[in-house]
Design a protein around this ligand. Structure first.
Ligand code: HEC
Ligand code: HEC
Length: 510
């Protein structure tokens, strides 16, 4: 018996329908797919229906309806028994079963989805002691402006900020977090706009490989310096991205003063606008704490279990990747009356091609690298006790996902970033130094999915991309000036190219 159906029988639901909902995604042997990049059948999920390989087809519509039905059911169940979802998801995904490979991947993903959408309440640990005692007196538990690193809490669900443009999406400007403030005045804090969360699994995997490359260069440098008894230096580079120069003297002591775009420890930290967090596990723990006051594995007492953390992380890591390329019809809608069909997007092809050239010629691509090549498609998340769970994102993630390209010798990831920090100039300086990152340094934001993630820039000040481009300063000052010098028509073409970076269509039922 696998965990999900056991739980559903325990809670006495009309088990078949709901268990199927949760496990849509488990692939039974009867439905084995001929395509070679499809995941192999998972015996732990055996009798369940297949995932929707065609998110816009009938299977996708059924899945969307089942998810909506489950959402409604769980809302009522939570109302009847506060804390139900917490208990349910903890039972579906105990960390010891997950790491032992005993939990079907699709169940884990669905448990993560439930947690991502769940509206946390006091039964889940919402708020800190102050909030809870105030609440008993009928006060609001929320604090719009964060107080230092301990945060709000300012809201009740991940989806309340990550909702635009599809699952695990971006946030509007009013969803901005006001970080590191005094708990009261907005102008004491740094405003940060919620970015979209698609692709965070491959991003962590890329960053990990880059960190490993830099560590190998450092090891060789120290060994050479000691062996030769001289000061030596090496250019730091990984995946074609340079990170300055590292020196070592004859004793092997390091001088990182000429290192660029990464901390002196050479760990690539791709997450956060400042590029201050290396792993999803750290980010998710932090999000739970600062936005909801919910504690997890690294805190003294954990309200969120290790297994729930893993489920939530796996859900994010396995989101479908955005698509790029010339505008095209993603829908198969031939059956409709002609007047109801969308206009063919062909007319934008020429503008798109020119826009892509402008993107290169202006030097946007020097920071917003169109793709980085991932060598190993596996994503791993490690808990505070060192137990890990690994998933192959080239077979398990929602489609579209990464696929092997023999010419490139790996899995190209079209993220439009170099995963490096750059100086954005004094006008963009933050109020606070966040985790030691200099005030005007920011991580090159990944541009994939840009069509669905407005407003733009770290504080969401840019309602359209032009404003975001004009906000570039510091290392990108010259690029901004060149952008300003473009003709009206060229700006339009660049905009068409940028707006073609989009998320694949999928059906959803509220
Ligand atoms: C109040 C709004 C808000 C809520 C609620 C929220 N987030 Fe976020 N999220 C943000 C903001 C703002 C950022 C950017 C923070 C930064 O740059 O330091 C962010 C960034 C992230 C990132 C890093 C993405 C990247 O590429 O840099 C992850 C992962 C993430 N959130 C996950 C979650 C999860 C999981 C939850 C629920 C447990 C959650 N968030 C709830 C506002 C929110
Ligand atoms: C020197 C490196 C660099 C160059 C060159 C550069 N960018 Fe950026 N870009 C960044 C960084 C870093 C950020 C995040 C900055 C922030 O929010 O403070 C960013 C953010 C953006 C954003 C906002 C993304 C979002 O999701 O909010 C857009 C759009 C963008 N860049 C487009 C461009 C275009 C188009 C060009 C060429 C005209 C360009 N950039 C050149 C580094 C660069």
């Amino acid at each position: 018996m696998y965990a999900m159906s056991r739980n559903f029988i325990l809670i006495g639901v009309a088990a078949a329908a709901v268990a199927t909902t949760l496990s849509a995604g488990c692939r039974g042997s009867a439905s084995a797919n001929a395509q070679s990049d499809e995941p192999p059948a998972d015996p732990r999920c055996a009798p369940f229906e297949t995932v929707s390989e065609h998110p816009m087809g009938l299977a996708g519509a059924r899945q969307a309806h089942r998810r909506a039905a489950l959402r409604r059911y769980l809302r009522l169940r939570e109302a009847a028994t506060p804390g139900h979802i917490r208990t349910l998801t903890a039972a579906i995904a105990p960390q010891h079963d997950i790491v032992a490979g005993r939990v079907c991947f699709a169940e884990l993903y669905e448990a993560g989805r439930i947690l991502f959408e769940h509206e946390f309440s006091f039964a889940d640990g919402l708020g800190d002691d102050r909030a809870r005692s105030g609440m008993e007196a009928g006060q609001s538990p929320f604090r719009r402006v964060h107080r230092g690193a301990s945060g709000g809490p300012e809201t009740i669900s991940c989806t309340s900020c990550h909702w635009r443009g599809g699952p695990a999406g971006a946030g509007a400007v009013q969803d901005n977090s006001l970080l590191l403030g005094d708990g009261d005045r907005p102008d004491s804090a740094d405003a940060r706009n919620p970015p979209p969360l698609h692709g965070v699994g491959v991003v962590q995997a890329l960053a990990r490989e880059m960190t490993d490359d830099l560590a190998a260069i450092r090891r060789e440098l120290i060994a050479t310096a000691r062996r030769t008894g001289r000061t030596v230096e090496r250019t730091l580079a990984s995946k074609g991205v340079g990170f300055g120069v590292l020196r070592a003297d004859k004793n092997g002591s390091l001088d990182a003063s000429a290192v660029e775009g990464v901390d002196a420890d050479l760990i690539i930290r791709p997450f956060g606008w400042k590029g201050n967090v290396a792993t999803l596990r750290e980010f998710v723990a932090d999000s739970l704490r600062v936005h909801f006051g919910i504690t997890s594995e690294r805190d003294r007492s954990a309200e969120f279990t290790r297994g729930q953390m893993t489920a939530l992380i796996v859900y994010l890591a396995a989101q479908a990747l955005p698509i790029h390329g010339p505008p095209d019809t993603e829908y198969n809608l031939e059956e409709a009356a002609e007047g109801l069909l969308p206009p063919p997007p062909i007319r934008f092809h020429e503008a798109w091609s020119r826009g892509r050239l402008i993107f290169d010629e202006l030097g946007c691509a020097s920071c917003h690298r169109p793709f980085l090549v991932l060598k190993d498609p596996r994503f791993t998340t490690v808990d505070d006790r060192g137990n890990s769970y690994t998933v192959d994102l080239s077979t398990r993630a929602e489609p579209p996902r990464i696929s092997y390209d023999s010419a490139m010798g790996g899995y190209p990831v079209w993220l439009f970033s170099d995963l490096k920090r750059h100086d954005m100039g004094a006008d963009n300086a933050a109020r606070h130094v966040h985790d030691g990152v200099p005030r005007s340094a920011y991580m090159t934001r990944r541009l994939w999915g840009l069509a669905h993630s407005s407003p733009y820039f770290h504080d969401g000040r840019a309602p359209v991309v032009d404003v975001a481009i004009r906000a570039h300063g510091g290392d990108a000052e010259h690029v901004r000036l060149e952008f300003e010098a473009l003709s009206h028509a060229q700006k339009n073409q660049l905009r068409v190219f940028l707006m073609s970076m989009r998320r694949a269509a999928q059906l959803s039922v509220p």
